[in-house]
Design a protein around this ligand. Structure first.
Ligand SMILES: NC(=O)c1ccc[n+]([C@@H]2O[C@H](COP(=O)([O-])OP(=O)(O)OC[C@H]3O[C@@H](n4cnc5c(N)ncnc54)[C@H](OP(=O)(O)O)[C@@H]3O)[C@@H](O)[C@H]2O)c1
Length: 276
């Protein structure tokens, strides 16, 4: 991994998080490069991390064994079509929703017949604070070594998990991809409700967020199912039980299932639209 040349196309939030995480985990800066048309973004990357930069995406492709495609999904097609792909490289896309078959077509693998190793990753926004959850799918052309490299890159910004079927990426998008927003929505509702019960806005926010953090830490670090953790803090006849009953009578579980299904269906639609 430390000898691997990794290049980023796009120098926005996701590229910066990955580059920052990789350098912090010991990857030498001289092994990393990035390209984007914006000279200020390139200067900032070179000042902050000491990496090589270029305004020309082809330089990144020519000099990298792993090319991380970190532009917005809407511009990925023209960006890929403008490149002459190296066939010995791995292409790792973090663009939400774009299938590996579209990436291969745009990178020209059908024109010259040679298959390309492509991995598609679905990170989420906490990756910006190195606490992301990323799911990866590799096409059949990807070698074991390339899979390991991609996993190491995504681990620089949090947890990394594999799926073996590309169709599962739509479910993942609905769960971890969009998931942070679901928790923010729940936090908003708790903050508003707490204020209605008489707490100040500051206290309501702080207590809501710290409680969410503590619950997530318990669920991550204690070897029990969330249902058990919940039951452990739900005394018969107590306050928690009354609140949980209210959620369940209101159809919370069904609502969550409908929301995830709607997000999964939208992910399919977007993959269809963006992947053309
Ligand atoms: N942010 C997240 O938490 C998150 C989560 C999951 C997935 N993703 C995925 O990560 C990708 C990047 O997202 P982001 O949040 O990092 O977006 P972003 O901050 O807008 O970064 C995109 C970068 O691509 C650059 N760019 C635009 N056109 C380019 C071109 N022709 N050649 C090279 N670079 C070009 C942009 O430059 P300009 O600013 O000059 O346009 C910018 O540096 C997206 O595909 C998104 O789906 C992001």
């Amino acid at each position: 991994m430390n000898k691997l040349k990794i290049g980023f196309i796009g120098a926005g939030n996701m590229a910066r998080s990955l580059i920052g995480g990789l350098i912090a985990s010991g990857l030498p800066a001289e092994n990393v490069m990035a390209s984007t048309p914006d000279a200020d973004q390139l200067q900032a990357l070179s000042d902050d991390f000491g990496i090589q930069t270029s305004p020309d995406n082809q330089d990144t492709v020519d000099q990298s064994e792993v090319v991380v495609l970190a532009v917005k999904p809407q511009v990925l097609k023209p960006v890929c079509q403008a490149l002459t792909a190296r066939h010995d490289s791995l292409y790792l896309s973090v663009a939400a929703g774009i299938p590996t078959s579209s990436l291969g077509r745009w990178l020209g693998q059908e024109a010259d017949g040679a298959p390309l190793a492509i991995i598609r990753a679905m990170p989420n926004t906490p990756a910006l604070l190195q606490t992301g959850a990323t799911v990866l799918y590799a096409n059949p052309q990807t070698s074991e070594g390339q899979r390991e490299s991609a996993e190491a890159i995504m681990r620089a910004v949090g947890l990394a998990l594999w799926v073996e079927k590309e169709a599962q990426m739509d479910a993942v998008t609905a769960l971890s991809g969009s998931g942070p927003a679901y928790y923010f929505l729940f936090m908003e509702a708790m903050i508003n409700a707490a204020q209605e019960l008489g707490l100040s806005a500051d206290s309501a926010r702080l207590l809501t967020v710290q409680t969410a953090f503590g619950a997530a830490k318990m669920a991550l670090e204690i070897d029990e199912e969330p249902a058990t953790l919940r039951q452990n803090v739900t005394s018969p006849g107590g306050t928690t039980e009354r609140a949980i009953q209210t959620f369940q009578q209101g159809g919370l579980e069904k609502l969550v299932a409908s929301a995830l299904t709607a997000a999964r269906d939208r992910a399919r639609e977007l993959a269809e639209e963006l992947g053309k």
